[in-house]
Design a binder for this molecule. Structure first.
Ligand code: NAD
Length: 483
């Protein structure tokens, strides 16, 4: 009997593909029959392979129950919480910015509090013509870009919310945080695979570059994009031609008026601005105080443990810690790499001053034109600007925020002033009488995410952010009320 080789090859490929689909009997990591990447635990150097693996994972996830999604997320939460010391230390050692206790705490917090399956809901319209049910369906594979300021925490929060909604992710992490990103993602995928038999729900590019980011943006199997980062990536994401959820930069101002509880304000400002050495996008970056209480506010900051710099020290620090990039119209000030995210004691040294290592924040009086006011400095030095009155303070705060509409704070007991500032700044987060993180439910009400989508309007992201609406209608029946 004549055997057709092409037919045999086809049959073998089909069998291998089927084996690949149930995840058995093939070497770990090998793509089988052009289909399966089971056993790679999310580690990829090639964008096409990463997207194919995430797409395959999406197809498998789509066959599973909501309860399975809960179990998947429980693994991510458990690892983020139980291994926060080890992974947080890795993040600190790799990125070399921020503060170790906060690296650890951020991972634990994201594990505990990122919005999961419990945030999903459906809406119903019930009337004479029956029922319409609106459900929230996944998009598919989400191209995800994450920052160096919180590499694994952002991936953790994104993964919880995106998978809760039924999606999978292809992640291009910041090159400066790629190793901890890979280690965390490998652990998450492996635990999920061992328990539920689905791998690569989070596919990560282990050698990320701008080219791999571009490859993800353009890939036809990437349904939507979610980026968390500065102005350049925000712009790039909005030019992809795909729907983009953009968590862009901020430069959050604080206003303090004459009615504020100054000691409470000082404690709140230090807590927010010093956290992880000011790396949070929501962190207090410059303070505008009405002149009637300016000197008392400076004294309150010292009482609360911050160290004040003189004018000469601030000038020296500014020359060292702010630098210029770009040419012509594109020339602008940026934080100097050696000072970004460093301890207050390191900044003080740059200002020619020695302070105890446990000091969390340094501060001082500047005018509005000091570069520390307009630049998103991400350093634990806060410029304080003396303002004529609250209207002047709000005007200056608005200018310093550059229209990002990200985050703003006021310390006041005057609701008219609060309302005026809220209207003028028009920010996604507006916190009154607390530290910035209270706006994310840490010491305040509400829920948490490290991807706050200002430019595209989704706000503090939840699983519903990563869904598309579908409507299911029953005509003239199943409304069981009345006639
Ligand atoms: P960054 O903009 O340098 O990098 C962010 C990510 O974008 C990285 O993965 C980077 O590799 C990538 N990237 C940069 N330019 C790109 C381009 N042209 N095309 C494709 N990818 C590109 O920011 P960072 O220093 O890592 O993080 C700090 C910034 O992120 C701050 O501006 C901060 O305000 C912002 N941030 C915003 C939020 C938010 O929720 N809105 C949260 C965290 C950080």
């Amino acid at each position: 009997m004549q055997v057709d080789e092409a037919v045999v090859r086809n049959v073998v490929e089909q069998v291998l593909k089927r084996l690949g689909t149930n995840g058995a009997a093939r070497p770990a990591g090998a793509p089988v029959g052009g289909g399966s990447y089971q056993g790679r635990f999310g580690m990829f150097t090639c964008v096409n392979e990463a997207v194919a693996a995430a797409r395959e994972a999406f197809d498998r996830l789509s066959e599973r129950t909501l309860e399975d999604r809960r179990r998947i997320i429980a693994h991510i939460r458990r690892i983020a919480i139980d291994q926060c010391v080890e992974l947080g230390t890795m993040e600190m050692n790799e990125t070399k910015i921020g503060r170790l206790p906060h690296k650890i705490e951020k991972l634990k917090t994201l594990g505990e509090r990122s919005p999961g399956v419990e945030f999903l809901r459906s809406e119903v319209f019930s009337g004479d013509h029956g029922l319409a049910v609106i459900e929230h369906a996944p998009f598919g594979v989400i191209g995800t870009i994450t920052p160096v300021t919180h590499s694994l925490p952002t991936i953790t929060g994104n993964a919880v919310s995106m998978i809760a909604a039924g999606n999978t992710l292809v992640v291009n992490p910041h090159p400066g945080g790629k190793r901890v990103a890979a280690e965390g993602v490998r652990r998450y995928n492996e635990a999920i695979y061992r328990d539920l038999g689905i791998d690569n729900l989070i596919a990560l590019i282990t050698e990320p570059t701008l080219e791999t980011a571009g490859g993800i943006f353009k890939h036809r199997d990437v349904a939507i994009i979610c980026v968390t980062g500065g102005a350049a990536v925000a712009r790039a994401a909005m030019q992809t031609g795909k729907r983009a959820i953009v968590a862009g930069p901020g430069n959050p101002p604080v206003v303090v008026d004459e009615t504020a509880d100054l000691d409470r304000a000082a404690r709140a400002i230090i807590r927010g601005a010093a956290y992880d050495n000011n790396l949070l996008c929501i962190a207090e970056k410059q303070v505008f105080v009405v002149s009637r209480v300016f000197d008392q506010m400076m004294a309150a900051m010292e009482r609360a443990g911050a160290v004040r710099l003189t004018g000469a020290e601030i000038d020296k620090l500014t020359r060292a810690a702010i630098t210029t990039v770009g040419e012509g119209d594109h020339k602008h000030d940026v934080p100097a790499r050696e000072f970004l995210g460093q301890d207050a004691a390191v900044l003080a040294r740059g200002a020619g001053k020695t302070i105890p290592p446990e000091v969390e924040l340094i501060f001082g009086e500047t005018d509005e034109s000091n570069p520390f006011v307009p630049v998103e400095q991400m350093m634990p030095f806060l410029p304080f600007v003396r303002c004529r009155d609250v209207d002047d303070a709000i005007d200056k705060a608005k200018r310093s925020e550059h229209g990002f509409r990200h985050t703003a704070m006021i310390h006041s007991h005057d609701v008219v002033n609060m309302t005026k500032m809220g209207k003028a700044l028009d920010t996604t987060l507006f916190v009154k009488n607390g530290p910035s993180m209270a706006g994310l439910g840490l010491g305040g009400e509400g829920y948490l995410s490290f991807s706050i989508a200002g430019p595209t309007g989704e706000g503090v992201t939840t699983p519903l952010t990563f869904t598309r609406e579908r409507r299911c209608s029953m005509i003239d029946n199943l409304r069981i009320l009345g006639k």
